[in-house]
Design a protein around this ligand. Structure first.
Ligand code: 9MR
Length: 367
């Protein structure tokens, strides 16, 4: 696929006329000048939408995967295509082609899109390390958010504005990851990112997305406390925020802290924040190899997690981080020692439904 680039100035000047051409396997080009056509919400009444992280390259090259996404997802989130690394090869360029392709695919198929992510320490292009001053950092962050969020206004109704703000073992809400944003702007980067997103798209649901908040153990309860403190401080300062995203990368080797997670969710509810399950999958590295047994344990763990959440709050949506075991990030870090492929997702590598699919489907229909 060729990469279309827009200079920042050129793009801002020519938003209305810029038409991105996308092609997804059918051989047909489709012109996409207006993203603002709202996607059709789930046509299934009061059911919670289910969605998955998707990859533009796989959607373009793999028809059976594309059909599975169309059949099973009411919602998609680009796995990488909206990250700075993909969008911003140089300080002056925005490269929207891959993200546009996903948004276009979703629109054509009546699927909604979530945005991931605007302010994160990860997947930043090298040049951002050179951002040297408070003023430069503020300008870069604001420009980026204004450009990206305005492009997809109306087409991306919820954003993981903030991703993974806290270190792995925080002492307090001040224990922010030392991203370029935190280094140059301090904790104020959170406010800047959230306020800028709200200013550009006042209808967008603004989400703060975090992981490791569901387990038993000191490190995880420290994460829950710091997260809650952070949410309260944002709320106390009237910073716009609508929801918390629980990533839910579940580890078969860890124990879910039912009381700890439910206490956190109760407080989140008391702050009048919604909950989204944003990146559910089950890291099966330490589970037995036998496939039926493994798939059952994977589904049981997700069931236990979702049950624990639902007893306190009905999430706005449940998304898994990928749809099929054919395309998953898990082996990058958590390959199995027996050499067998990981099976963390609702569909297997042949796109057949696994017990995990049924568990999620059951929760989608729960009141
Ligand atoms: O799954 C994503 C992988 O393909 C990327 O290489 C990586 C870096 O951009 O990010 C992965 O997605 C992560 C997500 O953005 C944030 N939560 C953890 C996800 C899995 O690592």
């Amino acid at each position: 696929m060729s990469i279309e680039t827009h200079s920042r100035r050129g793009f801002l000047a020519g938003t209305a006329s810029a038409a991105a051409l996308t092609v997804f396997g059918t051989g047909q080009l489709s012109a996409m000048s207006a993203f603002a056509t709202p996607s059709k919400p789930s046509a299934e009444g009061n059911f919670i939408p289910y969605g998955a992280a998707v990859r533009s390259d796989a959607l373009a090259a793999d028809q059976s995967y594309r059909e599975a996404v169309i059949a099973d997802c009411q919602l998609v989130v680009p796995e990488s295509e909206l990250k700075w690394l993909e969008l911003r090869p140089t300080p002056d360029q925005y490269r929207f082609e891959k993200a546009d392709a996903i948004v276009d695919f979703a629109r054509q198929n009546g699927i909604q899109v979530r945005g991931h992510t605007l302010a994160w320490y990860g997947a930043l292009p090298k040049w951002t390390e050179q951002i040297a001053t408070h003023a430069d950092a503020e300008r870069e962050l604001i420009d980026h958010i204004e450009t990206v969020v305005s492009r997809y206004k109306g087409a991306i109704p919820s954003w993981d504005v903030i991703n993974e703000p806290l270190v792995d073992w925080p002492e307090s809400a001040a224990s922010l990851r030392p991203s370029i944003w935190a280094k140059r702007l301090g904790p104020d980067y959170l406010r800047i990112a959230l306020e800028t997103t709200a200013a550009v798209d006042s209808d967008a649901r603004l989400v703060l997305n975090e992981y490791d908040v569901e387990y038993a153990g000191e490190r995880f309860s420290a994460k829950r406390s710091a997260l809650l403190q952070l949410l309260r401080s944002l709320r106390d300062r009237n910073v716009p925020l609508h929801a918390v995203g629980l990533q839910a990368h579940l580890f078969a080797s860890r124990t879910i802290d039912r009381d700890g997670l439910q206490a956190l969710l109760t407080e989140i509810k008391a702050l009048d924040l919604d909950v989204w399950i944003t990146e559910l999958d089950v890291i099966d590295r330490d589970l037995p190899g036998e496939i039926h047994e493994r798939d059952k344990l994977v589904a049981d763990l997700a069931d236990q997690f979702l049950q624990t959440v639902y007893e306190v709050v009905r999430p706005k949506a449940v998304l898994t981080w990928g749809l099929s075991d054919r395309y998953t990030w898990v082996p990058i870090y958590f390959k199995r020692r027996d050499g067998m492929p990981n099976r963390p997702l609702p569909l297997d590598a042949e796109l057949r439904r696994k017990p995990l699919f049924d568990v999620i489907d059951e929760f989608r229909h729960k009141a």
